[in-house]
Design a protein around this ligand. Structure first.
Ligand code: NAD
Length: 354
């Protein structure tokens, strides 16, 4: 692995730690980008990387993204992220999770972990046996926040889509508004259900076609092939599957005046935010609109640290602030001519003292 501070994605990260445990076979990288607003919070990814450098890049980029996301969500949390480098067999053992928990604990609360791709709630329960600096744990009781962040993320995106429709199309309801949703998993499926209740017209797409067809039948929605959804003529294109889909080719294919969805890192490069604006497409910066999940897990963590139960209504109240933050970004963008992604980055940088 090359010196991480010479990587292009290194952005004065406060801490980058390689964790090795030969007994369990754990190799992990923990990156804390900023603790300006509070402990560096962000999930752990379990992934097989073709080369270690790709894992380092992921840890650096994702932890900086968490600094921005947490700051823009108004949370008293900084940004961090961990990646566990899976072998090609992708085997994850209890010993590995225990060693990872020990490494998180050793940082004394500078990094707070949660689920990310490849890590389940059960995995976080295992990690929590070794450290208290963990969130996204199962909750007891109907009014307690925490657990799977997916539904909270979906709620924020649904509210963000309504704000975008108001801003761009001047409509105060999504009834009859056509939304094309890429990815119908935890987040995309949740967004679809919320929009369907309001009478939106939906087109759904996922590489898991059976799942999408079943959801479409339940909601009275259309389906389209996964490789066709970006070209659907609609009011809102909502990406809820993969990152980096908004590249030159993807943007050229869009037939929607709004892009608003939950996938992380939707812009392939920073200049692609401007490319969307040049086409007159309103973009909801991904880390602002998809903050509902981190709001839930961060509040769950903070309440547990103080020994208090976490009231789900407090979480909902904070998620309800997402549309206002988006509106602020779009207004600043409209008046300055600077694309919304850059406006958001500048706001976030200011909030974290950079
Ligand atoms: P998920 O695994 O539940 O769902 C993702 C879905 O996307 C799957 O159904 C998958 O089959 C589908 N998919 C994959 N490739 C596709 C393609 N080429 N075309 C169409 N569909 C495709 O994951 P999720 O939790 O719903 O997360 C979705 C996105 O939102 C990810 O980018 C994730 O990083 C981001 N995100 C999730 C949360 C959360 O709380 N879960 C929070 C913030 C951001």
């Amino acid at each position: 692995m090359t010196a991480f501070w010479t990587e292009p994605d290194y952005d004065d990260h406060e801490l980058v730690q390689l964790v090795r445990d030969p007994v369990s076979g754990l190799t992990a990288i923990i990156a804390v980008h900023s603790t300006h607003c509070g402990p560096g919070a962000g999930g752990t990814r379990f992934w097989h990387y073709a080369e270690p450098r790709a894992a380092m890049r992921d840890a650096l980029r994702l932890s900086r993204g968490m600094s921005y996301k947490n700051a823009m969500a108004g949370l008293p949390m900084g940004g961090g992220k961990a990646v566990i480098l899976a072998g090609s067999d992708k085997v994850k053992s209890p010993e590995m999770l225990a060693a990872f928990g020990d490494a998180v604990e050793a940082l004394g609360g500078k990094y707070v972990t949660a689920e990310d791709v490849g890590i389940s709630e059960a995995d976080m329960v295992a990690v929590s046996k070794r450290t208290s600096h963990v969130s996204g744990l199962p909750v007891q009781g109907d009014n307690a926040a925490g657990g799977d962040p997916g539904p909270f993320t979906a709620m924020g995106i649904y509210l963000g889509i309504k704000a975008a429709v108001r801003h761009k199309l001047g409509k105060y309801s999504v009834e009859g508004v056509h939304v094309a949703i890429q990815g119908t998993g935890s987040v995309g499926g949740g967004v679809a259900k919320l929009l369907a209740k309001d009478g939106a017209k939906l087109t759904l797409a996922d590489i898991q076609e059976d799942r999408t067809k079943a959801l479409a039948a339940e909601l009275g929605a259309q389906t389209v092939a996964a490789d066709a959804v970006m070209g659907v003529a609609c009011d809102v294109f909502s990406p809820n599957a993969l990152g980096a889909i908004l590249d030159d080719e993807g943007i050229a294919r869009l037939e929607a005046p709004i892009v608003a969805g939950g996938a992380n890192n939707q812009l392939a490069r920073s200049g692609h935010g401007a490319a969307l604006a040049e086409r007159g497409i309103l973009y909801a910066p991904d880390y602002v609109i998809n903050a509902g999940g981190i709001i839930s897990v961060a509040m769950e963590y903070l309440c547990r640290q103080h020994g208090d139960p976490c009231d789900i209504n407090e979480v909902r109240k904070r998620i309800a602030q997402i549309p206002g933050r988006l509106e602020e970004i779009w207004q600043a963008s409209d008046s300055s001519g600077i694309s919304p992604d850059v406006v958001a980055d500048r706001m976030a940088q200011k909030l974290i003292g950079r």
